[in-house]
Design a protein around this ligand. Sequence first.
Ligand code: SAH
Length: 296
Amino acid sequence: MSQGQDPPKKRFPLTLDFVTGVADRKRSTAAPRLNSLQTATRNAAQNAPQPTNTPQVNTPRPSLVSSTQPKPSPIPQRPVNSPLVSDAVRKAMIQRLAQQGIKDTKVLAAMETVPRHMFIEPGLASQAYIDASLPIGYHQTISQPYIVARMIEVLRDGIEGKMSRVLEIGTGCGYQAAVLAQVADQVYSIERIRPLHEQARNNLRSLLIPNLRLHYGDGMLGLPQIGSFDGIILAAAGMEVPQALLDQMAIGGRLAAPVGNRHQELRLIRRIRRNEWTTETLERCHFVPLRPGTFG
Ligand code: SAH
């Protein structure tokens, strides 16, 4: 699924096919049984051999590099009683996030719902709920839970209900997009590295998130064909926020982005009028670089 190929008539909620891109390739598949995120986690736990704890190297997954067809989901398989998938481990992460200052209960609930271990290599799964970024291949990382929660919290800005339309730049493995989909009606996420875009699709397939749409392309251009967004999150740091993204913010909308090179800071930008934005600097952070163009 790439930019510019969206038929305007696709409407939310989207079917699984729109997340996986299967519909775009006009493949016919049997209708999947609908599971909640929690059920999918349990299923993954129940069908599961022992995980390995071999050290991981930050190298591409060969099966994804030349992939043109959707692959079966590479969801890590775990034993039933593994602490890696127990609710208790994820709950402990939530408690830690609260201690670190995350106050928005909707964000904490979203982080509790999404099984982070299903987005990373099985060999790293024992670290899935510690507060660290982890390699996902192609020199990229899954962001640390704290910064995922923090960015979504500042984007929501304490609003009661769900955000309506949100854009993420830098899908990576798809984790933050899945969390965003718990707190917004429609989520779009763009990734510039094709194998990671495919990997995110695979990771998300069994979670059946109907309001999440993945795009392969240069996120610095945004998705002008979709319209304006009331929230935009950048998961990669540029020296400045691309003007195209500022222009795609709704009036009253918010954008959270790391800005900088070696020294980075998290910025919250609000669009208050058609030609007026305000910027607030929040805290130090560390992200992979925002790069132009596409790869793969
Ligand atoms: N959102 C992820 C974090 C992924 S790391 C999570 O859930 O943890 C940041 C990602 O941004 C990388 O995969 C990188 O390839 C991607 N990226 C960098 N520049 C980009 C661009 N211009 N457009 C889209 N993606 C970009």
